[in-house]
Ligand binder design. Structure first.
Ligand code: TRP
Ligand code: SF4
Length: 336
């Protein structure tokens, strides 16, 4: 049986944190290791430029950071193809053809695009760029260039996949059944709150632990986590349900430890400082293999480059095959 093709990826705009890990990376690694899929992961630098066109250095730097984050989490280049989006001109070509199959008003109604435009007032002012408004078209091209059947992604990506499906249906209707209609595989992963209790985790909020964080940084961040505000002295009775340290213990500590933490906290037999130290230690241990692999790749940038080059070369071959079919269907195969 042919393996189902998976296409997924991220914008290279920053390092990945544990929210990304539990939200999507862990699942990707599991899907990879199941051996049931043929997975492509794109580093979406073209898409990153749609809202960072004025900051090419940032995008460039984060291409390698993202690759190292993938590799350190267990994405294995022997099994999974990691490639750089801008090095696949076929995707850009397809984007142009697809742009005839989608209306401006449909793009303006896309909920993900709408939300993002609202968040990016500072960059776009009152008028959004053609490139940003159109990035769902380019994302449809990302997926279909590789005949991606499954797209593991978060809920926020749902409107983008729906948009891709519409484009595929329209293309197939007009030019013939050539393209594969992708399906989203929603991450079952848990959404993790920040150390401050915020629903979202992120750099600007300063409430995230990054996969590349050192032991010292992890400890420092954990020590600043928000605890039950009613506890001042150690023997004050605490409520772990409103404490971020307890919340994180549930992610990184053993069942036995979690039980003890909650019991002792409620009974006023536990100091918050000791509780945090124990958590920091567990997070450090949990992330150790990831951190060590990352350190290895940081010391061997030539290996990271080789992986990206080879992944991109392989991806390019696949892309050319799709492009040939598309051009035939669109009557653009002039000299063949
Ligand atoms: N939109 C995704 C993000 O914001 C990145 C992305 C680009 C992507 N092309 C894709 C994801 C194709 C899945 C499939 O991170
Ligand atoms: Fe939170 Fe632990 Fe302090 Fe209880 S003892 S409030 S669980 S840090």
């Amino acid at each position: 049986m042919e393996k189902k093709r998976i296409l997924t990826g991220d914008r290279p705009t920053g390092r990945l944190h544990i929210g990304h890990y539990f939200g999507s990376l862990k699942k990707r690694v599991e899907m990879q290791d199941s051996g049931n899929y043929d997975m492509y992961i794109l580093i979406a630098d073209v898409q990153a430029l749609t809202d960072n066109f004025n900051n090419p250095e940032k995008v460039r730097k984060n291409v390698r950071e993202l690759a190292m984050d993938y590799l350190s989490c267990g994405i294995n280049p022997e099994k999974t193809t990691i490639y750089i989006q801008s090095m696949i001109p076929e995707t850009a070509e397809l984007t142009i053809y697809y742009s005839n199959l989608v209306t401006i008003s449909r793009l303006e109604r896309n909920p993900t695009v709408k939300t993002e435009i609202a968040q990016k007032k500072e960059l776009f002012g009152e008028s959004v760029t053609y490139g940003f408004l159109g990035y769902p078209v380019s994302q449809a091209a990302d997926i279909t260039t590789f005949e991606g059947e499954l797209v593991p992604a978060g809920e926020d990506q749902e409107p983008l996949i729906e948009q891709a499906r519409e484009i595929v249906r329209k293309f197939n209707n007009i030019y013939g059944e050539v393209l594969v209609e992708p399906k989203i595989v929603l991450s079952t992963g848990k959404r993790i709150k920040g150390l401050d209790g915020n629903e979202k985790m992120g750099k600007s909020l300063g409430n995230a632990i990054y996969l590349a964080d050192s032991e010292e940084v992890i400890t420092k961040k954990v020590m600043s986590a928000v605890t039950d505000p009613n506890r001042i002295k150690k023997d004050d009775l605490g409520n772990p349900d409103i404490c971020m340290v307890a919340y994180y213990h549930k992610l990184f500590s053993t069942d036995e430890e979690i039980e003890t933490v909650c019991k002792e906290c409620r009974a006023g037999q536990r100091g918050c400082v000791a509780c945090k130290k124990q958590l920091a230690k567990n997070i450090i241990e949990y992330l150790r293999p990831i951190r060590e692999r990352r350190a290895y790749y940081e010391q061997h940038p030539e290996i990271v480059d080789k992986i990206l080059r080879e992944g991109t070369e392989k991806a390019r071959k696949t892309a050319k095959e799709t492009m040939k079919k598309v051009k035939q269907a669109m009557k653009l195969d002039y000299f063949e």
